[in-house]
Design a protein around this ligand. Structure first.
Ligand code: HEC
Ligand code: HEC
Length: 301
């Protein structure tokens, strides 16, 4: 009997050990969704050009007519030369302005020998924001061996938000609760507090919630403490909407139920741990029963 007990004890320890080992492995399964590129007035020029390259090759649909490498379509001029030729294309128009115009209003200057067929990049199907147009121009400049000269202005970012369609409820609630008086999002609003377009790339959405409820949670660098009003009178649902909006600007998802949802990483992790624990216990019981039966059989036979 004591041998059975000892066996159970050893087995339980093994199971708990395995369970602890797996437990510390599991967090590695947590996936972080790729972060959406958010162009802001402070985006690094090299990143801007890199983003422009993605636009030209993807959403922009530019390669249907142009090429940006040796092989490709030639319905339109070779994009590798565009920035180098820009200074001499349209008299009285600076290179950067010409490139921006050739995307915004391709018909304003039609390159010799080509038909006026290019759709404006700011209209469907590409439907780029001004910030995206400037990112493409940065790419064209780099492509021609130069340095990006474009500057993203607050209004370029504002059109980026406007271009994405209906107003998010969280954005509307930032008007309702006057956040906009002190903060700007996507180029609109005040400058008493930090710009919030990218705040969710710096802080997890759940911590933003506690910051809005209780501003003393932390103080953003370079800004005065005690200016932001306590938000505990803001209805819970409104807080969640605002946080969901700020999270979406950073390409993150946020749900009010968050960690308590069975489909969240937290919930799955807990479920897995419970499953492993139960399987282990079941195994211990089965083995104990077997051992008992084997001994019982021996004493009878
Ligand atoms: C349906 C074909 C078509 C598509 C799609 C198209 N273009 Fe064009 N593009 C042209 C043609 C044709 C010209 C030359 C005539 C003109 O100037 O409008 C041109 C001209 C240009 C120029 C001026 C080049 C120079 O050498 O002066 C630039 C820059 C340019 N396109 C960039 C783009 C970018 C970036 C995209 C994607 C957002 C794009 N184009 C999409 C056909 C197209
Ligand atoms: C009277 C001005 C004012 C109002 C109104 C205000 N804030 Fe703030 N907020 C600030 C200031 C100043 C800071 C920076 C100092 C600090 O962290 O407390 C800040 C910081 C923040 C931060 C942290 C930013 C970071 O980069 O760390 C968030 C998030 C935030 N506010 C969200 C909101 C939201 C959402 C609202 C509306 C419900 C709001 N604020 C209303 C002034 C304000």
């Amino acid at each position: 009997m004591s041998r059975t007990l000892a066996k159970i004890l050893v087995f339980t320890l093994v199971v708990i050990g395995a369970f602890a080992y797996l437990g510390q492995l599991v967090p590695q399964f947590v996936e972080h969704p790729p972060q959406k590129v958010v162009i802001t007035t402070t985006t690094d020029k090299a990143d801007l050009a890199e983003f422009g390259k993605k636009l030209v090759r993807g959403k922009g649909g530019c390669l249907v007519c142009h090429k940006d490498q040796e092989t490709g379509n030639e319905r339109g001029p070779d994009l590798r030369k565009a920035a180098a030729q820009a200074p001499s294309r349209k008299p009285g128009t600076a290179a950067e302005d010409y490139l921006i115009e050739s995307l915004k209003e391709p018909g304003a200057f039609v390159v010799d020998g080509y038909p006026n067929m290019m759709p404006a990049a700011v209209k469907p199907p590409a439907k780029m924001s001004m910030a995206e147009v400037k990112a493409v121009v940065a790419y064209l400049q780099v492509l021609a061996g130069g340095e990006p000269s474009v500057t993203i202005l607050p209004e370029d970012v504002a059109t980026a938000a406007a271009a994405t369609g209906p107003v998010h409820r969280g954005r509307a609630l930032m008007d309702t609760h006057a956040c906009i008086a002190c903060h700007s999002v996507a180029g609109e609003g005040g400058a008493i507090g930090p710009e919030l377009t990218t705040v969710a790339t710096r802080h997890e959405p759940a911590t933003l919630l506690s910051k809005i409820r209780q501003p003393s949670t932390w103080t953003a660098e370079g800004f005065p403490a005690g200016v932001m009003p306590v938000g505990d009178a803001i209805p819970e649902g409104d807080l969640h909407e605002i946080v969901a909006y700020l999270a979406s600007l950073a390409g993150k998802s946020y749900s009010a139920t968050g960690a308590t949802s069975p489909w969240s990483h937290e919930g799955l992790r807990l479920g897995l741990v419970i499953l492993i624990f139960n399987l282990g216990m079941l195994l211990v019981l089965v083995l104990a029963r077997r051992g008992e039966r084997a001994r019982g059989g021996a004493s009878h036979g």
